[in-house]
Every structure is written in structure tokens, then in C-alpha cells.
Ligand binder design. Structure first.
Ligand code: GLN
Length: 449
């Protein structure tokens, strides 16, 4: 009830939730109470969560932040949310996001952008973006409108909003969480994970979210460790890599100082810092912005106005498709569909898509080689603190630069955690990122803890 009251009070301004489900939440809370009374409480009994509106929730509208799914009520539950419910969690509602998870600011949500609860010192009227695409999830956790949240990360969408809102988020290894029932953006990159206030909370949530699922052919058949047990392990003896290529030209002194501070903390706790090289990191951004739109253009072909979602009338089937898609999709989604169909088209497939896949393999190989020398890698999470809603240029490429530190993890399939590590001169949170070996989230929890 305390969380629902807070949502009622603050959500009209923050817009962190697209849909709030108070009756459902109270019913789930009562069921959790009863389970506790019977001595059968699950590990998340009564814990109130925000669910990114990309996870299908049976009987609760799921929009993906898009007009085209404005009337979509899924008949089934995603595996991740089903596992959270199994463990006793309470769902407060569906969190705001960039349309189809495409974006870094929440500005592309068809339901209005979520707002970052943080303010720059001395600028109470400047509205800051919460990051994206999981901006609603991060804003809800930061503003105490949920104890934790689910999110997804295709190129940074868990880690960048976590960093912008001063909370913790982890993108696990590709295949760790089932993608069944999560509305697809780029299937070879999409991965679910938690956002929460602490590293330990993320560990507890991830344990419930993860696990093999025969309904997702890319789900990994690996045992799920007790991630929370790793949090207190410490970093003594760990070798932590500092990638030379991430020291970008023009990196702000503030972000550089944060990174140095992170290195100092780890050294003081007994870790060894090792300079490493990821020679193809500089190609990650263009590679991602070919692979992700290519997969998106294919995944989004299903929104044709016929099977489900928004339908506009047309004289014939083709016109019905065209009008439904023209009215249902926003500008950024249309841009990605155009890029994606272009790079997949017969004349350009080899030059763009195949080339990008080859570079992707090189980016992954860089990491494989690094794991021979180090146990984890430390980098900044984002190149800047949260920016103002009105400070975003209309230049899409400037927006894509937000992902420069985070997208390599998706291209390589490795886990990455973002956690709050300091404040900038204006008092805004800044985040560090820890990358790790495939299926070694425990080391990330140990370092983060
Ligand atoms: N900002 C990136 C994009 O727009 C990443 C989004 C995501 O991880 N879902 O594609």
C-alpha cells in the first residue's frame, strides 16, 4: 500500500509506469501474506516490483511503449515474470520504455517520456531523462515507486538508465534468462535482467528471473547459482582489466576521474589492475546499428494490423498493412525498420549485414582473448550523466553514442553490471560498468558488492 500510495502521488509527474495495477497488486500481496502465514513463503514473498512493459503479463495490457500495441492484452505470461510470481513477487504495474526498447532517453515512448527523479543542483525546473530504454524501470526504483524492477538490455538499456538514475542493474549473459514472452527487438542481443537499489537486491532478483526454459531455443541449460552468496566474496586476488580503447578521445575529465576512483577502490581491496586491449571496440557502435535494426525489421514485420494490435482501414490488404504500420509506429521505430530492411536487401546484404556479423565475431574474439589475462573488466557505464529532456538534439547518431561503453557486451553475449559510483559537479549520479566472462555473473556480484 505504501508503494501504491507513492505511485499515486508521484507517477503523474514521473510517468515511470504506463499502467498501474493496484487491485492485482493488493491481491498478490494478500496471497503472499497467506503464504507467509502457512510457512510457504517464496524468496520474493510480497516484494513490490515494476515490470518493464515489454514483458507479456497475462491479462494485463502490454504495450512495448508503442501505439501499435495500445490494445494488446497478452493471453500468456513471459517466463521471467512467471518465475517472479512463482517466488511471491507483487507487480505494481508496467514500466515505461522507449518504443520497442529502441532508444536511450525514453523520449520515444508513445505514452509520454518518463522523467528522471534526480535534479541538477540549482536547476529545479530542468527535466532530466531517466535514460532508456528501461527508463521507467530505473526511475521507478530510484524514486521508491518499486523495490526493484525487470528490464531488458539489447545495447545498454538496463545499464545506461541504471547509471542515469543512480541505481544498480545487471545484464546477464545471453541465454541466462528466457526471452519467451518478452517482445522482441533484436533477438540475438536481447537479454532480461533486474534493476534494484543495491547489488545484493539485483542478485536476489536475478536468481528468480534466470534459468533454462525449453520455450526459448537460445536459453542456456546451466544451473543458476546463488548469486547473492557471491556478493560478500570480495575482490582479493582478482585481475581486473582496464581496456585501453575505452579511453576515448574527448572523454570528460569527470568520467575519467570516476574510472580512476573505481580502479583505486579495487586496488585498495586487493585486486590487481591490468591494462588490456580490445582492438575492435571502436567498431562496436556501427556494427550494433546494423545488426540490431536488421533483426528489428524482421521481428517487427508481425505488426501488420491483422493478427493483433492497432488496425487502420484500407481498401485492400496492402493498404490496411501500410496504414496500420504508418499510424502505429513512431519515427525512431520507422527509421530502424528502414535501416534494417536496407542492410538486409539483396544488393547490400554482403556489404553491410554480413560484414557487421564478421566484425561482431572479432569483437567477441577480443573478449575471449582478454579472459586469458583478466577475470573482469572495469569501464565507465556512460559517457555523460543524465541529460536534459530539451537538450537532446534531433540527431539520432548523437543519441546512439550513449551506448558506446555498453553495446560490446551485447555483441559478445557477456554479462555487464552498472552501479552507482559517484556524483558529477552538479550532483547527478555517475555509474561504473563491470564486464565479465560468459556465465560468470558471480564475479560481477563479488566486485560490485
Ligand atoms: N540505446 C540502444 C538502442 O536504441 C539500446 C537499446 C536497448 O538496449 N534496448 O538500440
Amino acid at each position: 500500500r505504501a508503494h501504491l500510495d507513492a505511485v499515486e502521488q508521484l507517477n503523474p509527474r514521473l510517468n515511470a509506469y504506463i499502467t498501474v495495477t493496484p487491485e492485482l497488486a493488493l491481491a498478490q500481496a494478500e496471497a503472499a501474506d497467506a503464504a507467509i502465514a502457512r510457512g510457504e513463503a517464496g524468496p520474493l514473498a510480497g516484494i513490490p516490483l515494476a515490470i518493464k512493459d515489454l514483458f507479456c503479463t497475462a491479462g494485463t495490457r502490454t504495450t512495448a511503449g508503442s501505439k501499435i500495441l495500445g490494445n494488446f492484452v497478452p493471453p500468456y505470461e513471459s517466463t521471467v515474470t512467471a518465475q517472479l510470481l512463482r517466488d511471491g513477487a507483487v507487480f505494481l504495474g508496467k514500466a515505461n520504455l522507449d518504443e520497442f526498447a529502441m532508444g536511450s532517453s525514453n523520449l520515444s515512448s508513445a505514452y509520454g517520456a518518463a522523467e528522471n527523479p534526480w535534479k541538477r543542483a540549482g536547476e529545479p525546473d530542468t527535466v532530466l531523462v531517466p535514460g532508456g530504454s528501461s527508463g521507467g524501470s530505473a526511475a521507478a526504483v530510484a524514486a521508491r515507486l518499486a523495490l526493484g524492477a525487470t528490464a531488458t538490455d539489447t545495447g545498454g538499456s538496463i545499464r545506461q538508465p541504471a547509471a542515469f538514475c543512480g541505481v544498480t542493474g545487471i545484464k546477464p549473459t545471453y541465454g541466462r534468462c528466457s526471452r519467451y514472452g518478452i517482445i522482441a527487438y533484436a533477438s540475438s542481443l536481447d537479454q532480461a535482467g533486474p534493476v534494484a537499489r543495491t547489488v545484493e537486491d539485483c542478485a536476489i532478483l536475478l536468481r528468480s528471473m534466470a534459468g533454462f526454459d525449453p520455450k526459448d531455443s537460445t536459453s542456456a541449460d546451466r544451473a543458476v547459482p546463488d548469486f547473492a552468496a557471491a556478493v560478500a566474496r570480495g575482490v582479493k586476488g582478482l585481475r581486473i582489466g582496464i581496456p585501453r580503447e575505452y579511453r576515448l578521445e574527448g572523454l570528460s575529465p569527470e568520467i575519467d576521474a570516476l574510472w580512476q576512483q573505481g580502479m583505486e577502490w579495487l586496488r585498495a581491496e586487493g585486486a590487481e589492475l591490468v591494462e588490456i586491449s580490445l582492438p575492435h571496440a571502436g567498431h562496436a557502435l556501427p556494427t550494433y546499428y546494423i545488426v540490431a535494426p536488421a533483426e528489428a525489421s524482421s521481428n517487427l514485420a508481425r505488426y501488420d494490423g491483422v493478427r493483433f494490435g492497432l488496425r487502420e482501414d484500407g481498401r485492400d490488404l496492402k493498404e490496411l498493412y501500410e496504414r496500420s504500420r504508418a499510424a502505429g509506429f513512431g519515427a525512431e521505430v520507422k527509421r530502424r525498420i528502414l535501416i534494417g530492411t536496407y542492410v538486409l536487401s539483396a544488393g547490400y546484404y554482403d556489404a553491410y549485414y554480413v560484414k557487421a556479423q564478421q566484425v561482431r565475431a572479432l569483437i567477441k574474439r577480443d573478449f575471449d582473448e582478454a579472459w586469458g589475462k583478466v577475470d573482469a573488466i572495469l569501464t565507465p557505464a556512460t559517457p555523460t550523466a543524465a541529460f536534459g529532456r530539451d537538450e537532446t538534439q534531433d540527431d539520432p547518431v548523437a543519441m546512439y553514442l550513449n551506448d558506446v561503453f555498453t553495446i560490446t557486451a551485447n555483441l559478445a553475449g557477456i554479462p555487464g553490471m552498472a552501479l552507482p559510483a559517484g556524483l558529477d559537479a552538479k550532483g547527478l549520479p555517475l555509474g561504473l560498468q563491470i564486464l565479465g566472462r560468459p556465465f560468470d555473473e558471480e564475479t560481477l556480484f563479488a566486485i560490485g558488492g
